[in-house]
Design a protein around this ligand. Structure first.
Ligand SMILES: Cc1ncc(COP(=O)(O)O)c(C=O)c1O
Length: 390
């Protein structure tokens, strides 16, 4: 038997990786499952973006290894995008690091800053990769509660308590905090005060904040960056992504923005892991970042119409939900009589051939919830509603 490394203890295969295999099996049995689980945009990128990729890929001199810090053209496009939409000034040469998707950035940050004995605060519920990446780095994820009664906002007194608790041996203290607004999976939008409070909290306890910001353009009139807080750059690393905002999830294009020192620290790890991205993709991404308000309006028009169908579906399932949610999903509380979101998800999968995500995969505070993705055509939602009604 080949032994696996100890660092994999307690790390399972990513939930969706396993679940998609099961759905494939069910499809092979002829079930034709409607998958409303995963947040992978089904719409294409803008045609001009594809055109740049095609034209650039046809050139002979673009196929070699690329700059480890990303193409200067892409870095400038990200800096201009931050200025235009978030009002945040970034130095394109020193404060912007293109990534092969923001998911890999989460791992790079953990490997750069965290280690055994260190505690890292992660939201419950939250994106499961935060805690897996923290565990893989050898550090300990410590969950902080986000609860519906508190609008899925952190309780700073409780955060202070956690910092004090993990300052005691055998721990070496809290070194980082993951945060993500618009929040996935709950769709909660941050308040401007929250950014200020978080930066002040990080200053007080001398910790690093990692703000994960992939949903700011989806069904949100006011895209915002945590880096807009005065002095935030030294304390905050913000991750962003073209996966959701530009329908480019499969392209794997993200960015990490922070102070020059943080970028250089992360590069010490990242330059040992990959050798840059295909230049035509970077140039096409730069094109995507120049798209104007029309692009975001068009995308959101589609999601708004689909959201109405999701509300209808949730009403059939007798779930309760807020209509103020932002992002690519609708988060809903299951009916009182149901055991948990897993039971509801299984029931709908096995009885109606529709897959929706159980909220519990995002942490115990999501146990009584389900999450439905807006990444499906109106027809698919209508068919799903029909199946569930039956
Ligand atoms: C909260 C959150 N962060 C990060 C990611 C990963 O995005 P990317 O495609 O840029 O790796 C996702 C993807 O679903 C997400 O939901």
């Amino acid at each position: 038997m080949i032994a696996t490394a100890k660092r994999l203890d307690g790390i399972g295969e990513y939930y969706f990786s396993t679940k998609l295999r099961e759905i494939d099996e069910l499809n092979k049995q002829g079930k034709s499952i409607i998958n409303l689980g995963i947040g992978s945009p089904d719409l294409p990128p803008h045609p001009d973006v594809i055109k740049v990729l095609q034209e650039e890929a046809a050139k002979p001199g673009v196929h070699g290894y690329q700059n480890y810090k990303g193409s200067p053209i892409l870095r400038k496009a990200f800096a201009d995008w931050y200025q235009q939409w978030y009002g945040v000034a970034l130095n394109a040469d020193t404060e912007v690091l293109p990534l092969i998707g923001s998911k890999e950035g989460i791992m790079h940050i953990c490997m750069t800053y965290f280690e055994e004995g260190v505690a890292v605060l992660v939201p419950n519920p939250g994106y499961p990769t935060y805690s897996s990446a923290v565990k893989l780095s050898g550090a300990t994820p410590v969950y902080y509660n986000l609860e519906g009664e508190n609008n899925w906002m952190p309780d700073f007194d409780k955060l202070d308590e956690l910092v004090a608790q993990y300052a005691q041996a055998p721990f070496k203290g809290v070194r980082g905090l993951f945060v993500n607004y618009p929040h996935m999976p709950t769709g909660q939008l941050a308040t401007p005060e929250l950014w200020q409070q978080l930066v002040a909290f990080a200053e007080k306890h001398d910790i690093l904040i990692i703000h994960d910001n992939p949903y700011s353009f989806i069904l949100n009139d006011k895209p915002a960056s945590m880096l807009s807080v005065e002095g935030a750059k030294n304390r905050v690393i913000e991750l962003n992504s073209l996966s959701k905002s530009h329908n480019m999830a499969g392209w794997r294009l993200g960015v990490l923005c922070s102070a020059k020192e943080r970028i250089e620290e992360v590069l010490r790890f990242k330059t040992n892991m990959d050798s840059g991205m295909f230049l035509p993709m970077q140039l096409a991404a730069a094109k995507a970042l120049t798209l104007g308000a029309d692009w975001y309006n068009e995308v959101n028009k589609v999601y708004r119409a689909r959201r109405e169908k999701v509300y209808e579906m949730l009403d059939v399932l007798q779930c309760t939900y807020s209509k103020d949610q932002v992002g690519l999903f609708i988060w809903a509380a299951i009916p009182a009589g149901e055991k948990d979101g897993y039971a509801v998800s299984d029931k709908v999968l096995y009885n109606n051939n529709v897959f929706i995500t159980p909220g519990g995969i995002f942490g115990s505070n999501g146990d009584k919830y389900i999450r439905i993705s807006l990444c499906g055509s109106i027809e698919r939602f209508e068919e799903a509603i029909k199946r569930i009604k039956q």
